[in-house]
Write a protein that binds this ligand. Structure first.
Ligand SMILES: Nc1ncnc2c1ncn2[C@@H]1O[C@H](COP(=O)(O)OP(=O)(O)O)[C@@H](O)[C@H]1O
Ligand SMILES: [Mg+2]
Length: 258
C-alpha cells in the first residue's frame, strides 16, 4: 500500500483582503505501512495543513492525495470511508481530540462500532481491552471507566493511539502527538508507537518540530520550510549530510540527543 501526496498546494485567503497565505506549496510525499516517515519544520511551515489534507479533513487546493494510485477526489463514497479508516489521525490532546465527557471505553468503543470492526457489546469491549493493552495501558480495567481528566498527559496520548489502531489502520498521521509531553513520558509514548510499527506493521507520517524525536524513531525524513518540502531522504542521510542550508540550520539549532 502506498499513500502519496502529489504536488499538493494549499492557499488560505482571508476575507478581509489581506495577503493570501501559501501554507503548502507543491509538496510531494510518500508513506507506506511499516515505515516511519517524519515531517519536520518550524512552526508555521505548513506541516499541520499538509497533515489535514492527508487525513481528508480539508481538500488540497491543487495536486492530489492518492492511495495506491487512486486520488481521494476520484474515490467512491465507500472507498472514501475506507480511506478514512485506513489513514488514522493522532493529534495533540490539548487540541481537543478527546471528549472530556466520554469515558475511555466509550471513546474507543464508538469508533469501533462506527466502522463495524466489532458489533456486540462484548466484542467491542474485548477490542477496547486489546488496544489498551497494545499501548501499554495494563490492566485495561483500570482505565475503561476513566474520563480524560483522570488520565495523565501521556495516558491521554496513549488512548488516542489506541483509538486509532482500533480501526486497523495502515497509516497513522500523527501531528505533534508527543510534543507537549515531558521527556520521559514522551519517550514512553514514542516507544509504544515505534513498537506498533513492528507489531502491527502500521506506518506513520509523524509531524513534529522536535528533531531529537525524529532522530530517534524516523526511517525517512521530509523537511518543510515556508510550505515547501526543501529536503527529503533516509534519516541517516539527512542527519549526516543535510543538503539544504535550512536543514543544516535546523540541525545546528537542535539540542544534541544522547
Ligand atoms: N485555516 C487557516 N486559515 C488561514 N491561515 C491558515 C489556516 N491554517 C493555517 N494557516 C496558516 O498557514 C501557515 C501554515 O500553518 P500550519 O500548517 O499550521 O503550520 P505548522 O503546522 O507547520 O505550524 C501559517 O502561516 C498559518 O497561519
Ligand atoms: Mg502544526
Amino acid at each position: 500500500m502506498l499513500l502519496e501526496a502529489k504536488n499538493v498546494s494549499k492557499t488560505f485567503r482571508s476575507r478581509r483582503g489581506t495577503e493570501p497565505v501559501h501554507a503548502v506549496r507543491n509538496a510531494t510525499l510518500r508513506a507506506r505501512p511499516g515505515e516511519f516517515v517524519a515531517i519536520v519544520g518550524e512552526s508555521g511551515s505548513g506541516k499541520s495543513t499538509l497533515a489535514r489534507i492527508l487525513l481528508d479533513l480539508i481538500p488540497a487546493g491543487s495536486g492530489s492525495v492518492e492511495l495506491d494510485g487512486v486520488p481521494i477526489s476520484a474515490m467512491t463514497r465507500t472507498q472514501r470511508v475506507e480511506y478514512r479508516r485506513r489513514v488514522q489521525a493522532v493529534l495533540q490532546d490539548p487540541a481537543g481530540s478527546l471528549n472530556p465527557r466520554k469515558r475511555v471505553e466509550q471513546t474507543i468503543g464508538e469508533v469501533i462500532r462506527l466502522h463495524r470492526i466489532a458489533t456486540t457489546r462484548s466484542q467491542v469491549r474485548d477490542k477496547v481491552r486489546e488496544v489498551l493493552g497494545l499501548v501499554g495501558m495494563n490492566p485495561a480495567e483500570d482505565f475503561l471507566d476513566r474520563f480524560p481528566h483522570a488520565l495523565s498527559g501521556g495516558q491521554r496520548q496513549r488512548v488516542l493511539v489506541a483509538r486509532a489502531i482500533a480501526l486497523n489502520p495502515k497509516i497513522i498521521v500523527a501531528d505533534e502527538a508527543v510534543s507537549a509531553l515531558d521527556a520521559s513520558v514522551k519517550a514512553g509514548v514514542l516507544r509504544v508507537m515505534a513498537d506498533l510499527k513492528d507489531r502491527l506493521g502500521v506506518g506513520y507520517v509523524f509531524i513534529t518540530h522536535d528533531l531529537p524525536v525524529v532522530r530517534k524513531v524516523a526511517d525517512h525524513v521530509y523537511v518543510m520550510r515556508s510550505g515547501e518540502i526543501v529536503e527529503e531522504g533516509p534519516k541517516e542521510a539527512v542527519f549526516a549530510e543535510p543538503s539544504h542550508p535550512y536543514t543544516r540550520a535546523l540541525l545546528a539549532a537542535a539540542p544534541v540527543l544522547r
